[in-house]
Design a protein. Structure first.
Length: 143
């Protein structure tokens, strides 16, 4: 009887060891050491990075110099400062939770900053590692 229990426990241990490790959430420092800054988009910072639900974006910047706003695709493309905001931050030490799959669009709302490249788009993968389906095109802009 004891040998059956040992075998069963050993089989269970092997089965658990074969399960994929749960993904850990990543806290992404936007812009790495340079932070959220003018002409940010010229760095291609998001390229090659995989963002997942549960990760966070940390926007670090001089509080009086910049902001972070989240907008929709069209407002992002146009750098629309009168956009319908999905989120707004201005502490200089902002943490944005990536809580759903799909594309997320951010820019600095200080006049001229977005037009000069202070903008970021990230594609957030769901728990299954698959991006959310793309929404129907509204005006032909795709990012």
């Amino acid at each position: 009887m004891a040998s059956r229990l040992v075998l069963l426990l050993a089989a269970a241990a092997v089965a658990v060891a074969c399960l994929p490790a749960p993904a850990s959430a990543v806290a992404w420092m936007v812009g790495d050491g340079g932070g959220w800054r003018a002409k940010f988009n010229q760095t291609g910072w998001a390229e090659g990075k995989t963002f997942r639900v549960g990760d966070t974006l940390m926007f670090m910047y001089a509080r009086d110099a910049h902001t972070v706003v989240e907008v929709g695709r069209e407002d992002f493309a146009a750098c629309n400062l009168q956009a319908n905001l999905l989120g707004a931050w201005n502490s200089g030490n902002d943490v944005v939770q990536l809580d759903r799959p799909g594309k997320r669009w951010f820019f600095c709302s200080v006049p001229g900053h977005c037009d000069n490249g202070m903008k970021l788009v990230v594609n957030v993968l769901g728990d299954d590692g698959v991006p959310a389906p793309a929404p129907a095109p509204e005006s032909g802009w795709w990012f």
